[in-house]
Design a protein around this ligand. Sequence first.
Ligand code: ZN
Length: 150
Amino acid sequence: MSQRQFLALHNNFPGRHPFSGIARTNALPCGSGAVVGGVYPTICLINHSCVPNAHNNWNGAEEHETIHAIRFIEKGAEITISYDRGGPSSARRAFLKESFGFTCTCSGCAVPASLLEASDSQRIRIQELDAAIGDPFRMMNSPQEGLQDC
Ligand SMILES: [Zn+2]
């Protein structure tokens, strides 16, 4: 990545230290729980959607970030990934505003209030199941319950 490409990336923390602001805005963790991140000339240009068509993941064997389609993407359609950790729209919007400085208006957030309430309930349930499935103590002591949740 050239310095020109790096400095052209979005900076949600403008001020006296543009390099750290750009890194804070764009760096993707190099693995789950990693304390270091990578900034990429193309991947960092991918916009957010709460209903993304792709997923980013650290490839430890290749030592770089990879993008995987998670559903069919029409030719010419924008590739999107999720910047947030899921949950109800209010939590997603607050996180995106705080961390990236924008209010999400994606197709998942632009639904009528009546549908948004149902979507939020489903997303809360998904987070609960994800936490329960990922609980190593529960998997050791109650593997059947974990499998039922899956
Ligand atoms: Zn959204």
